[in-house]
Every structure is written in C-alpha cells, then in structure tokens.
Design a protein around this ligand. Sequence first.
Ligand SMILES: C[S@@+](CC[C@H](N)C(=O)[O-])C[C@H]1O[C@@H](n2cnc3c(N)ncnc32)[C@H](O)[C@@H]1O
Length: 218
Amino acid sequence: MSAEQPPPGGGPEGAAYADRFAVETPEMVAARARTGHLPGAPPVGPAVGATLAVLAAGVEARSVVSIGSGGGLAGLWLLRGMRKDGVLTALDGDPEQLRAARQAFADAGVAASRARLIFGTPAEVLPRLSPGAYDMVVCDGPPREYAEHLPALLDLVRVGGTLTCHGLLAGGRIADRTARDPQIVAAREIARMVREDETLLPAVLPIGDGLLVASKRG
Ligand SMILES: C[S@@+](CC[C@H](N)C(=O)[O-])C[C@H]1O[C@@H](n2cnc3c(N)ncnc32)[C@H](O)[C@@H]1O
C-alpha cells in the first residue's frame, strides 16, 4: 500500500472508529450480551447496525423483513430507522434466539404491534409473505442458507426498496480464489446474481463482515 493510498475502510483503526461512532443503546448492549453464548455468527456490530438504520430511514421503511432475527440487535437498529408506524417481520429457526429478540424489543419499549416474530426457516416462511410488499429485506445468516432463496427474497422487495445481505466477505475469503467451501461458494453466487440482475443497483460495503446492499429499480 503506497503512502498516498489509505487502507480501504481506514484499516482496522477506521473500522474500530466506525463501530465506536455508532453508539448502542443500553437495550442494544443487553441484547448483545443475551445472545453471546448462543451458537452461530455474532449479532451485527454497531457500524453495520447503524447502516441498516440509515438504509431503513432512506426508504422510509414501513415494512421490513429480517431473515435470521437473532436476539433482535439488528431489529432494534432497523426499528430506529423505520417509520414510527413501521412493522418489522423477523424470522429465525432458533426458538431461543426468538425469545431473546422478544425480550430485547420489550426492554426497548417496542409496541407488540411493531414486531412480528416468526419461527421457521426461509423455505417455510417466505412463501407466506406478500410479494412486493416490503421496503427492505435484511439477511443475516450463513450465506449458504440463503443463496437458494435469493429470488424469493428479491420478490418480496418493492420497487425502490432495498435488499441487504450481511456476512458476504467471510473475513475476506470471498476474494481468495482458492477458497471453495460451501459458504464462500454461496456468497460468490449471491454476489454474482445480484450484480448481474439489471433491476438492481448493488454495492458491497466493507463494514462488519461485508454488507451487500442493493436497491431495486423499476
Ligand atoms: C448472525 S445471527 C443474526 C443476528 C442478528 N442479525 C442480530 O444482529 O441480532 C444468524 C441467525 O440466523 C439464524 N438462522 C441460521 N440459519 C437459519 C435458517 N436456515 N432458518 C432460520 N434461521 C436461521 C440463526 O438461528 C441465528 O439466530
């Protein structure tokens, strides 16, 4: 890296600053602590959470689907950015994560009418959701679980709405041509499908473990 060329994202110090910049509420801190012992990837960091809030605010989100609700940390950020009358639909296949999410929303004073928590996998739940009815669809689970559902996920997003998938970079391994494990193959497949879809305007944000964002155009 030359002296004139700063490291992407400001390097580790820049990433740490981005996380410090986005201050979590006490309820968010508690949500993070509540699910720390559960299996699976950790919840979103503050920089990713704040970005989700900004994206939700940008589309004036009234309805958002979150795939892989976890313990509700991303949900709290999303609700912060959504309209005050907005409804978050969050699904997860782990009842303990859903219980933790319910607790997190209650702690934060989120009205029950604003959060719909559904137990199930994308294969079970997505067919029950209305196509084109969502301002934003947020994926935060293993990419290999969601690659096959990408067309159904995109179908849920209204024109002008936004899709996000977190975990795309997999610690940078997505760029390593020798890496061919199922998670990386699925992440590359998601990236390819989104980039080649002419109805989408996509970008990869190198925050957290890589946030793929795409705006759906007419
Ligand atoms: C990284 S955590 C999500 C954290 C959450 N976005 C947050 O910030 O609080 C991933 C979640 O996806 C869920 N998950 C993984 N595979 C799933 C599947 N096939 N169906 C439903 N949920 C799944 C896990 O139970 C876990 O709660």
